[in-house]
Design a protein around this ligand. Structure first.
Ligand code: ATP
Ligand code: MG
Length: 578
């Protein structure tokens, strides 16, 4: 490809709307353009990178035994209604001329389960794994970071159907390997972290998190055993509770006008947030529970749900709190609560003495509150979000916190969807059984963002050779000079003949512009046809390194091929670890 024919509108200015590095770079290098919030055009360079990821994905999926299909983008409402997902607020909905309801597919469990339910009969056809690469629509509350969180985005979604859990384990293991290999081949080394299974339920599931300060998720990683988990999920290892040695003081009620948050109460009473017990009222199924965590901690809802023995808990609305407790949310506390409200206290609370809590009277707090003298928790449980320094749940190590960008999510769904949709096959014992399913999602367009987010320098992207839109750029510095033209064209043709993806920068631009644009674009190997051509030499550079080599024109192609092969081999070696 010649740069004179390539549509890549680069920008000199950093676009003000962009905060994340990848977003700035993708806009500046002419990879993407915004159409509307969370909706983007992929220009030739961006789309080429996406297609290279897709090629890698297809090969790894096929090697893992999955088969490619393409399901519709338009999903009839009835299918999402079968599992109750029609009501999710991420759905983009529309009607046809007959006023029938549809949504843009946001993930395709229902559609694929319906396909299999209607067309697969016997255990002999299992295991089956079907995948697709498709544009998805989600009406995200906060689209951000360009293509990191789009409202339309490209996803790989694969779905496995097995006879039983053992067989699912093996399907899952194959997909774990295929995902890990795909990321490694794309130059990403995400951590596979334990994740919360959310409202879907199901068992084991792991998220692939690229560790970067631009990530949205908090990931806890053990400094000793390497265990890692999303903070939504991470359990805290049990340690002996340090009991306060303070003497119990007399309970006192104090007026705390206009204080709603822990911070406001702490400032008003001049106490540390660590002395405050935060009381949060939740609805668990149809009962109310009071959850207690130390003032400086955050409650973890999935953990609370587990402790309450329900699937999901919901924080009550202020009006409900007022009605049930008789006080506004900022003034609620555990002392004197109605008996039917179960008190679930975080384990850490047990060690506290002379604490501050809401008085269950708007605008008042109680000071010097002591457990078992003034109130007693129904149970203690691990219900707070794990933080840096907490004990690892698997060993005696300590947890540290990293930021993660989720590029994939693999999930042992079990029978959640097949039960809801009555999707059955005939097993070898002549009995009808529901499928045991897995689902596997990869954010392909998010990878377009993640790859430059972690592979860049001040000059631009530094792309892995496997996904770079061009593997090699040949910079013809002065198209008016014959020997430079001849040299550039020769290397270009020789490399193209060998199947290398080469860009010939033949634009009528100053050399400085060519260097800048090519660095920005991130092409890993650059061949410079400049003054040296007069002596039969070109310069070969490796993006992101200081490496520069003058090479005889006759040897240039071979030299580039060797560099290229080494780059591919290095990424393959990483993938082969899985
Ligand atoms: P997130 O927590 O980031 O919203 P999710 O849990 O909703 O992700 P899944 O439904 O598991 O994501 O989708 C599979 C993959 O698709 C994710 O791991 C992520 O890489 C990608 N993805 C999800 N939502 C978006 C989006 N709005 N834009 C781009 N990629 C997305
Ligand atoms: Mg989401």
């Amino acid at each position: 490809m010649r740069a004179t024919q390539l549509f890549f509108p680069t920008l000199r200015e950093i676009p003000s709307e962009a905060e994340m590095i990848n977003h700035k770079l993708l806009l500046r290098a002419g990879y993407i353009r915004k159409v509307a919030a969370g909706i983007y055009d992929y220009l030739p360079l961006g789309y080429k990178l996406i297609r290279k990821i897709e090629t890698i994905v297809r090969k790894e999926m096929e090697d893992a035994g999955a088969q490619e299909i393409l399901m519709p983008t338009m999903v009839p409402a009835e299918l999402y209604k079968e599992t109750g997902r029609w009501d999710l607020d991420v759905l983009f909905k529309f009607k046809d001329r007959g006023y029938r309801d549809y949504a843009i597919g946001f993930t395709h469990e229902e559609i694929v389960t319906d396909l299999v339910r209607r067309n697969v009969r016997s255990y002999k056809e299992l295991p089956m794994n079907l995948y697709q690469i498709q544009g998805k629509g989600r009406d995200e509350a906060r689209p951000r970071g360009g293509v990191v969180r789009g409202r339309e985005f490209i996803m790989l979604d694969a779905y496995s159907f097995d006879r039983d859990w053992d067989s699912l384990d093996s399907s899952y293991a194959k997909m774990y390997r295929a995902f890990s290999r795909t990321f490694a081949l794309c130059g990403l080394e995400p951590l596979a972290v334990e994740a919360d299974s959310g409202a879907i339920g199901g068992k084991t599931n792991q998220e692939y998190m690229v560790i970067t300060p631009a990530g949205e998720d908090d990931i806890l990683v053990c400094d000793t055993c390497g265990y890692s988990a999303n903070s939504e999920k991470c359990a805290i290892g049990e340690t002996k509770i340090k009991m306060s040695e303070e003497k119990f003081n007399a309970l006192t009620e104090v007026e705390t006008p206009d204080t709603r948050t822990v911070e406001q109460v702490a400032n008003f009473l001049k106490v540390s947030p660590k002395r405050i017990i935060k009381t949060l009222i939740y609805k668990a199924d149809n009962k109310f529970v009071a959850a207690l965590v130390r003032g400086d901690r955050e409650l973890n809802e999935p953990k609370l749900a587990a402790a309450a023995g329900v699937k999901k808990v919901e924080m009550v609305e202020p009006e409900t709190a007022l009605e049930v407790i008789g006080a506004e949310i900022g003034s609620i506390g555990p002392v004197g609560l109605k008996k039917e409200i179960k008190i679930i206290a975080d384990r850490e609370i047990a060690g506290m003495a002379n604490a501050v809590v809401g008085a269950n009277k708007t605008g008042y707090h109680l000071m010097n509150v002591n457990i078992d003298r003034d109130f007693s928790p129904t149970i203690y449980a691990d219900i707070r979000v794990a933080v840096k320094g907490d004990r690892c749940p698997k060993c005696t190590g300590k947890l540290k916190v990293e930021k993660g960008m989720e590029v994939g999510h693999i999930f042992k769904l079990g029978t959640v969807y097949s039960d809801a949709m009555n999707a059955k096959f005939l097993d070898d014992d002549g009995k009808e059984k529901v499928y045991v399913m897995g689902c596997y999602g990869m954010g392909i367009s998010r990878m377009l963002a993640a790859i430059p987010e972690v592979n860049n320098d001040k000059d631009g992207m530094i792309l892995p050779i496997t996904v770079a839109p061009f593997e090699v750029t040949i910079m013809l510095l002065n198209p008016e000079i014959d020997d430079q033209c001849v040299a550039a064209t020769r290397v270009y043709e020789e490399l193209t003949d060998k199947g290398v993806d080469v860009l010939l920068d033949d634009r009528d631009e100053r050399p400085g512009v060519k260097f800048k644009d090519n660095d920005l674009m991130g092409t890993p190997i650059q061949v410079v046809a400049g003054r040296g051509c007069a002596e039969g030499k070109v310069e070969i550079r490796v993006r992101g390194t200081e490496k520069k080599e003058e090479v005889a024109l006759d040897d240039a192609t071979e030299y580039v091929m060797k560099l290229r092969d080494e780059m591919f081999a290095a990424l393959r070696d990483k993938a082969n670890k899985f």
